[in-house]
Design a protein around this ligand. Structure first.
Ligand SMILES: *Cc1c(COP(=O)(O)O)cnc(C)c1O
Length: 381
């Protein structure tokens, strides 16, 4: 992954001058910092960043500059990186299943907050983590819909088990907290409503007041032209329902967005390799590259088609099958995607809102995957 040293004005300036053959990710630090401020101003509690959604060091650095003081980390490598770039930041090790050597490393690096969703993993934490000042958050799940993809399939205790674990954490002398994740790209704010009320029920059943309540990530990014995410409404609902459910004395709230913080600050330019017999569009990037997530989370239709001179195509929309460059037939964007009917070989398809789960999961499958990252003053034309 090459990082260009120059700062460009816009993606189209870069495309016009460089005419790149490989995919290019355009990063706008101004957009990332503005999004961070939106969370810091709007969310009624501590805002942390889920590093896995985009672990680029320049992302972490810009978030720190914008005032983010906590990070959700899932592995020793993420812990090492954030400690190096942001020595004073709080680290929340919220991957509920860890090897013993990973817990040892976290302790050595001063991690003071862990999540857990099972008896076996809680026993490991109690054995290895020094109790003094350490927090263990019990992660629970509910059978609720609303997200693009359900995280409860892998992690989260039932509400019954969560009450038992919360009591056990408390009795072992740790700071007892609760956490959940409503599922990524959660466009329905009522998912948080259900989880917050369930959290109050768990505390009541356990007879333990949770110190903090981490409401997860899941905050939606703008993927579809016709569906703008309602972040402020979600923030308002979380504050109001936490207050109601805990009768005016809620635990301190924490959130850990990945996608919602980072997606909007990157735009991806792909190039059309071929329009096969005037029909199917083949790109130089696909589902083994930066578009990895689309078959699972759904299409991003904020796509502009730009010719080699940097001019936007204006033809009438025509639905097309879009394939990636590898020889694998699953390397295809979901459904059919409306593109201007005058797109041609050599044009660029420029996808907005591409910062999350894109570069992080880009593979080198079939010899593709080489890309450039370019910093721009602003995104959009
Ligand atoms: C992935 C993850 C997040 C971030 O999820 P987004 O949907 O990207 O906001 C937050 N917390 C945990 C524990 C995660 O695993």
């Amino acid at each position: 992954m090459g990082l260009s040293k120059t700062i460009w004005t816009t993606p189209s300036e870069f495309l016009r001058i460089e005419r790149p053959d490989n995919p290019v990710m355009f990063f706008a630090p101004t957009v990332l910092q503005a999004t961070a401020r939106r969370f810091l101003d709007g969310f009624p509690g501590l805002v942390t960043y889920a590093v896995k959604s985009n672990p680029a060091e320049m992302v972490v650095q810009n978030l720190v500059a914008a005032g983010i003081q906590g990070f959700d980390v899932a592995s020793p490598a993420e812990i090492e990186m954030v400690r190096r770039l942001a020595p004073a930041a709080a680290l929340h090790y919220n991957n509920p299943v860890r090897a013993r050597h990973e817990i040892d490393y976290a302790v050595k690096m001063g991690v003071k907050s862990y999540s857990v969703d099972s008896r076996s993993e809680l026993a490991k934490l109690i054995e290895i983590v020094p109790v003094e000042g350490a927090e263990i958050s019990v992660r629970f799940k509910l059978p609720v819909a609303g997200a693009a993809y359900n995280f409860g399939a892998k992690f989260g205790a039932t509400v019954e088990l969560a009450a038992e674990l919360l009591r056990e954490v408390h009795e072992a002398g740790f700071i007892a907290s609760l956490t959940f994740h409503p599922g990524t790209q959660c466009t329905d704010p009522m998912a948080w409503d259900a989880y917050l009320r369930a959290a109050a029920g768990i505390c009541a059943n356990a007879g333990v007041r949770a110190r903090r309540l981490n409401v997860g990530g899941g905050f939606p990014s703008h993927r579809l032209n016709d569906e703008r995410p309602q972040l402020d409404a979600i923030f308002e609902l979380i504050g109001r329902v936490a207050d109601e459910a805990f009768e005016g004395a809620p635990p301190a709230l924490v959130c850990e967005p990945g996608r919602g913080l980072v997606a909007e600050s990157f735009t991806l330019a792909t190039r059309i390799k071929a329009v096969r017999d005037g029909e199917h569009v083949f790109l130089n990037d696909g589902t083994y590259g930066n578009l990895d997530e689309l078959p699972i989370t759904g299409i991003i239709d904020r796509i502009a088609a730009v010719n080699g001179d940097g001019e936007t195509r204006r033809g009438a929309p025509r639905p097309r099958v879009i394939f990636g460059p590898t020889c694998d037939s699953v390397d295809r964007l979901p459904g059919e995607v409306a593109l201007p009917e005058d797109v041609e070989e050599g044009d660029y398809l420029v996808f907005s809102g591409m910062g999350a789960y894109s570069t992080a999961t880009n593979t080198g499958f079939n010899g593709f995957g080489r890309m450039t990252v370019a910093t721009v003053m602003r995104l959009g034309a």
